[in-house]
Every structure is written in C-alpha cells, then in structure tokens.
Design a binder for this molecule. Structure first.
Ligand code: PEP
Length: 253
C-alpha cells in the first residue's frame, strides 16, 4: 500500500528563538513546492510559538520533542498536551532514546505519554531502537518489538493507526554511523510483524515507520527508497536548512 512519506526534523536543545526563525524561514522557501510528502519540524519548547507563526499556512507542520502525560498542575518543568496544542503543534516525539537513556524514561511512562497525545489529537512519533550491545547480541528484534508492544499497550486499533513510529538504532544517533538501508528495512519489517501480531494486517500495512540515525543529504535517497521506510527522523542535518531540504527532496527511484 502507498504510505505518504514524512520527513521530520528533531532540533533537540539547539537554537535561540532568533536562530530558530532564521532556520525555519530559510527552510520554508527551500521546500515550498513539496506537495506529496509531509514535513515536520520539532524545535525546542521555547521557540514553538514563534516558529508556528512562521510556518502557519505552509506545508511545514510543527511538532514538540516531548510532553508530560498529566493534564496540568504541580509538575515543575513539564509541558502538557494542551500547552502544545495552544502553540500549534500537531506532532509530538515520544520515547526518544535521549529521553530514555539520559532522563530515565521507561516503557510505562512512554505508554502514558502516547495515550495522552492520542487523547488530545496530537500525533505521537514513538521512537524505538536498540543499543549497540543489543545489536551485537543479536536481540535487536526482541528489543524493538518489546518497546513497540509496551508503548501500544491498551491502544484501540483506531488509535494504533495514528501512531508514527521512528526506528532509531541508538548507536546510529549523532554518530555518523547509519544502519544499512537493508538492515533498517529488516527492522521496519519486524515492527510491522509486531503490529500484525498485536492488531492485524491493516494496522501493520498502514503504519508510517520512519528511520532515524545519522540521516543526511547523502544517504537519504538510499534509505528512503526502501519499501518499508516511510520517512526519516533527522537530528543533526535538520539544523542546516539546505541539508534538511535535500532530505525532504530525496529522489524517489
Ligand atoms: C535523532 O535525534 O532523532 C537523530 C536521529 O539524530 P541524528 O540524525 O543527528 O543522528
């Protein structure tokens, strides 16, 4: 089945408000003619409002890099789904390996965040992926399958169909190492099989599964032409407008 590609940029903890606006204004021009692919950028929370005003009415959608699952209240430093909606977000990245590894986010918390995002009509971009030791032990499939099942726990079929998944091998993030297109495609297939076993073929076929991990303007064409890769979640290269635009404009073969 034909799934629409999504190219997403995770800006992480980079860019002042001024820098964010310079980046998005330059990007807007470079991708303005793209109609057949979805484009999303996830700036830091502090820039969301101004970046939203810059992209409103364009083909660039806004995402956040995280949320907290509670509605509101005494959760210092946290950001709710309603707050993200109020500044124009449509997507939210959940379970990024940096949040799992540096900030100790566990599957149970990630599942609550996915549910909250869906309740509020935000599209979760759920990140899963193995560490290098896990790949070397040959347990990549077990890890991504278990992370997927835990994050989807309790979701209805309709909800499950709304979740975007990003397969991000941890050893490939920010390291310049990428999974080969075939390796990445194989893991994406494993994720589809997991969704088929938990739900059905329709959920599995519909799932938009991005690859992330040192995607750049040079390797994007090879990765994005694989049959099970439906887009990219891009870190470093999303901070340079012409590199990210080249990834968005990857050449379909
Ligand atoms: C990411 O942070 O999601 C990521 C994939 O980063 P990079 O592209 O820099 O490896």
């Amino acid at each position: 089945m034909a799934r629409r590609k999504l190219i997403a940029g995770n800006w992480k903890m980079n860019n002042s408000n001024k820098e964010a606006l310079e980046l998005v204004n330059s990007l807007k021009d470079l991708v303005k003619d793209v109609k057949d692919r979805d484009i999303m950028i996830a700036p830091a929370f502090t820039c969301l409002s101004d970046v939203y005003n810059a992209v409103k009415g364009t083909n660039i959608k806004l995402g956040a890099q995280n949320l907290y699952f509670e509605e509101k209240g005494a959760f210092t430093g946290q950001i709710s789904a309603d707050m993200l909606l109020s500044v124009g977000c449509e997507y939210v990245i959940i379970g990024h390996s940096e949040c799992r590894d540096i900030f100790g986010e566990k599957d149970e918390l990630i599942n609550k965040k996915v549910k909250r995002a869906l309740d509020k009509n935000l599209i979760p971009v759920l990140c899963v992926g193995e560490h290098l030791e896990e790949r070397e032990k040959g347990i990549t499939s077990d890890i991504v399958s278990s992370q997927t099942k835990e994050a989807f726990k309790g979701l209805t079929e309709t909800e499950a169909k709304k979740v975007v998944i990003a397969y991000e091998p941890v050893w490939a993030i920010g390291t310049g190492k990428t999974a080969t297109p075939q390796d990445a495609d194989d893991v994406h297939k494993t994720i589809r099989e997991t969704l088929k076993s938990v739900y059905n073929e329709s959920v599995s076929d519909n799932a938009v599964i991005l690859y992330g991990g040192s995607v750049n303007e040079k390797n994007a064409d090879d990765l994005l032409n694989m049959p099970n890769i439906d887009g990219a979640l891009v870190g470093g290269a999303s901070l340079v407008s012409d590199k990210f635009a080249r990834i968005v404009n990857y050449i379909a073969k």
